[in-house]
Structure formats: C-alpha cells, structure tokens
Ligand binder design. Sequence first.
Ligand SMILES: Cc1cc2nc3c(=O)[nH]c(=O)nc-3n(C[C@H](O)[C@H](O)[C@H](O)COP(=O)(O)O)c2cc1C
Length: 217
Amino acid sequence: MSFNSADIAHIRQDYTFAALDESVTGEDPILFFQKWFGEALESKISEVNAMTLATVDSSNQPHARIVLLKGLNDGAFSFFTNYDSSKGNDIANNSKVSLLFFWKELERQVRISGIAVKLSAAENDEYFHSRPEGSKIGAWASPQSRKIEGRHIIEQNVLHFEQKFSGVAMQRPEHWGGYKVVPHTIEFWQGRASRLHDRIQFTIQQDGNWTRCRLAP
Ligand SMILES: Cc1cc2nc3c(=O)[nH]c(=O)nc-3n(C[C@H](O)[C@H](O)[C@H](O)COP(=O)(O)O)c2cc1C
C-alpha cells in the first residue's frame, strides 16, 4: 500500500477511554505507576514493559531506544543491557536519562526523568542467571552497538561461546548488567477528547516527598 504525506497528516484518533485527576493519582507516583502498570497488564497489552530510554551523548545529542523494564524496587525502575553499548557510554558520561511508556490501548503515557545508577554485581548475577541459556550466550556473543562485518560474526561468536561454556557454569560477562533509574519527575498522561488531555506531574523534593501539579495539555 502506498501513501503520501497528506495521508499521514489525516491520521487522527480521539481519546475517550478515561479521565485522570488528582483524586485518582493520589500523592505517591510510585504507587500510582504500579496501579497503571497493573491495569496495563490486565489489559493484555503486548510488550507492556517496553519503554523508551533516552540518553544524551558527549556532544549533547539525545538518543532514544526501547529497553524492557525488569524491576521496580525502592521506587527505582531497572533495565538490563550491555555496559559497553552506546547507551552505556552515554550514561557513563551523563547519568541523566528519561524513560517513556506508551500504552496505546489505554490511551496512556508515562514520562519519567531521573538518574541512572548501575545495579550491584549481586543484582546483575541474580538476574543474569534467571535468563534462558540462549539469552545468556547472547550477552557474551554480541558486542552491542559496535559495527560488525555481517550477521556471521554473531553466529561465529555464539558457536564459540556455546563451546566454551559447554558443560561448565556460565559466568555473567563483566560488560553486561543493569541500571536503576532513580526518578525525580514522573508525569502521567491520559488522552482526552479534542486533544484536551489530562497531565498530572510529580516532582521530588529535597526531603524525598513528592509535589504534584497539573500541566496544560
Ligand atoms: C521490544 C524491545 C525490547 C528491547 N529490550 C532491550 C533491553 O532490555 N536491553 C537492551 O539492551 N536492548 C533492548 N532492545 C534493543 C534496543 O532498543 C537497542 O537496539 C540496543 O540496546 C542498542 O542500543 P544502543 O546502541 O543505543 O546502546 C530492545 C528492543 C526492542 C524493540
């Protein structure tokens, strides 16, 4: 099917699924995130834990990509990756990051800004060893974000590490692990009719308490 840019401009959807106000969000954005995440799970949304992670490189160029939320502990959002990847290098240079969830079936968006902190070796080991064998080999086999000559490089690496770890316990590669994003701002967005959406934003204070405000759509 072919299309032109005028076709794109005419794609339009009105949002009427729900409303959002302060009586619903309460005063704790972590509790409210858990509530919305639970509703997204119940709605059988595919890839419900997929989130866009935005980082900034050393020339102040932002980069965004999807990663999977793997935990929400003590109010911090965690994901796993390759510490030597582009995102890992960005975070080493600038730990300010942003996370974004879009649950389109519920007409909801959640924006999170915060600081990325590496998880401990023990936390990394625990999650690494819970992964399927193929994913563990993949962590060894992929020099994530590096240029490679072709797919055959990855296939050779997989064979190499399968043989290396055949019959022996597989360690976690040092370059593979997680980050937790400690949030300082969380915004909940609920689509409404005529683009007059509801936006409730929480910002953390010095004392660790959250303040809440409504933003214009
Ligand atoms: C649905 C989905 C889930 C993904 N989950 C992860 C993940 O949890 N960790 C990860 O490192 N990359 C994940 N990726 C791949 C990243 O989007 C990205 O391609 C990769 O991390 C390299 O990014 P970088 O070169 O900017 O570091 C996922 C991609 C998609 C589409």
